[in-house]
Design a protein around this ligand. Structure first.
Ligand SMILES: Cc1cc2nc3c(=O)[nH]c(=O)nc-3n(C[C@H](O)[C@H](O)[C@H](O)COP(=O)(O)O)c2cc1C
Length: 135
């Protein structure tokens, strides 16, 4: 069974940019080699993540992520069984004031969500829009 989780969280106050970059690199390498799909975005002290993969594996990974002291205030907005996988691969990026208006990039994030059922898609898209502040 495929499963999807979406959450937002607050990064540790003193998390430096190189540490964020390391985390994003590690995460995309690990996830892409373990058939975990979705996105991990960092923007001005916050994380937004969608994880999709084998249910047991995703739940175990999320348990581990929740214990990670590099972030807190984890608010889960989605935890759902999926009939089929919704995402193409895993993307991890820092959203900056420079690239947040990059239409192609935003479109790519939105396309990631399009395999979800319409209602879930709307919820996730709305949160993603607020997160990257493109409205
Ligand atoms: C916001 C955030 C998201 C993370 N997402 C993932 C992830 O998707 N996949 C992953 O393997 N590790 C992720 N991690 C890192 C894990 O919490 C953990 O450090 C990693 O699995 C290595 O665990 P280990 O140090 O016990 O081997 C994330 C950490 C944070 C703070």
């Amino acid at each position: 069974m495929r499963y999807a989780i979406c959450y937002v969280s607050t990064a540790k106050a003193d998390l430096e940019k190189p540490e964020v970059e390391n985390l994003l690199d590690y995460t995309s390498n690990f996830n892409n080699s373990h058939d975990i799909r979705g996105v991990l975005l960092y923007s001005e002290g916050n994380f937004f993540q969608i994880l999709e993969g084998d249910k047991k594996f995703v739940l175990e990974l999320f348990d581990q992520i929740q214990k990670d002291n590099r972030h807190h205030n984890i608010i889960q907005v989605l935890g759902k069984d999926l009939k089929q996988g919704a995402f193409d691969g895993f993307k991890a990026e820092i959203v900056t004031s420079r690239n947040k208006y990059d239409y192609e990039l935003v479109k790519e994030y939105m396309e990631q969500v399009e395999g979800l059922d319409p209602q879930t898609q709307q919820t996730v898209k709305r949160i993603l829009e607020v997160f990257i502040d493109t409205r």
